[in-house]
Design a binder for this molecule. Structure first.
Ligand code: PLP
Length: 418
């Protein structure tokens, strides 16, 4: 038996996380004549070969439309699409495949929730509670629906460590709060929020909870029934799948109760000029031809993740984050933004006297991919008084060599600019 597995069972989980790197062909390339150190997985993670194969198989053998063809290819496309939905359902432990709505990604999932849920339940004077650490995609859709309905958007402050101020959360949650929307893991700070606790409090106050799970999916094993969230949004491309596909999980009774997001084919049962009746869940929310190939790729990504021991994955990523944090402290002039006690795979930092974009450009020359800018979280930048940060983000395939290469690049930046 391989040391990488926990038992002899055929579905034994992989514990040797370092062995997974070889599954990702993109990581074998050189960039600027250096081995690629890909530290931008919070933006988009790389795909393992099995995901790439599933995409190629779908495009080369099954490419056709879903739910309508009686021919072989149409049946195969429908099978690929619906089996992906079932695997996603199983992976997040949703009660029914009616609760898994395919979208373009987290952004579209939250827009769907804001428009259909917010639009049907908010009125003037109501409140939507979010936090200061949200990605713009969990701010702007709520702002838009608040403007339309006369509801107010209320952001919960965060502490100097980048954690939700729980006392402020308790204080701001009240009988006017109809919706609580928060990020499970922050893309700008790495903070892992106490989702279960926040959901419980929000429910006790009678609010519906929408969780932005974009950054949690590649790092934590998410069980929507254990969390008891009402909605949970995520993106394929941040969890080793392709771009253009994502999911909105919603409790069936809530999805049943809210109106469709978009109109068109697939989402209807009958159409006449007088009246349209809507399709059953989840199709009511999937107007038009969906991203079938994306779903096939996401299904393969979920298969990939299902085989991994997440305790081992968390241990691997925590050790790497600790190592990177320690190595960064070698630079007296670097400050880390986001020092929460529970933190996942994100090292956001600024170097005195060097703009983050310059840091990104110099380390790119050393073959290191990091993200620089406001990370679609301008309120976080405002909170910490910086215009931008450089962000190294880790995934299961990263190792200490990647961090060492980052440090070499940072040394070059410091020598050049200071
Ligand atoms: N929420 C968080 C926390 C994110 O990090 C991102 C993307 O970076 C999003 C939402 C938006 O995801 P997408 O662009 O896939 O819709």
């Amino acid at each position: 038996m391989s040391a990488a597995v926990t038992s002899n069972a055929s579905d034994a989980l992989i514990t040797d996380i370092a062995s997974l790197r070889g599954d990702f062909p993109a990581l074998r390339q050189r960039v600027h004549n250096r081995p690629l150190a890909y530290l931008d997985s919070a933006a988009s993670s790389q795909c393992p070969q099995t995901v790439i194969d599933a995409i190629v198989r779908q495009q080369s053998q099954n490419h056709s439309n879903v739910h309508r063809g009686v021919h072989q290819l149409g049946e195969r496309a429908t099978m690929a699409y619906e089996s992906a939905r079932e695997r996603v359902r199983d992976y997040v432990n949703a009660a029914s495949e009616h609760e898994i709505v395919f979208t373009r990604g987290t952004t579209e999932s939250i827009n769907l929730a804001a428009t259909s849920l917010g639009g049907s339940m908010l009125s003037a004077g109501d409140e939507v509670l979010i936090t200061w650490m949200e990605h713009h995609s969990n701010i702007v859709p709520w702002q838009m629906i608040c403007e339309k309905t006369g509801a107010h958007l209320v952001p919960v402050p965060i502490t100097d460590a980048g954690e939700i101020d729980l006392e402020a959360f308790d204080r701001l949650l009240n009988e006017r709060t109809k919706i609580v929307a928060f990020v499970h893991v922050s893309n700008a700070l790495g903070t892992v929020n106490p989702a279960r606790e926040l959901i419980e409090k929000a429910h006790a106050a009678g609010a519906v909870v929408v969780v932005d799970g974009a950054q949690a999916m590649p790092h934590r094993r998410v069980d929507v029934r254990e969390l008891d969230c009402d909605f949970y949004a995520f993106s394929g491309h941040k969890m080793f799948g392709p771009t253009g596909i994502g999911v909105l999980y919603g409790k069936e009774r809530l999805l049943e109760a809210i109106p469709p997001y978009q109109g068109g084919g697939e989402m209807i049962l009958t159409v006449s000029f007088e009246r349209t009746t809507y399709n059953a869940l989840p199709y009511k929310f999937e107007a038009g031809t969906p991203n079938i190939t994306g779903a096939a790729g996401l299904g393969a990504a979920v298969d990939y993740l299902s085989r991994i021991d997440f305790a081992a994955l968390e241990a691997h990523e925590t050790a790497l984050l600790d190592y990177a944090t320690e190595r960064l402290s070698e630079f007296g002039c670097a400050s880390i933004i986001g020092t929460a006690a529970d933190k996942a795979s994100v090292l956001s930092f600024v170097i005195d006297g060097i703009h983050a974009h310059d840091v990104g450009t110099i380390v790119d020359g050393a073959g290191v991919a990091v993200r620089t800018g406001h990370h679609c979280a301008m309120p976080v930048m405002e909170r910490f008084g910086v215009p931008a940060t450089a962000r190294a983000s880790f995934a299961l395939y990263n190792n200490e060599d990647d961090v060492d290469q980052l440090i070499v690049g940072l040394r070059q930046a410091v020598e050049l600019f200071r």
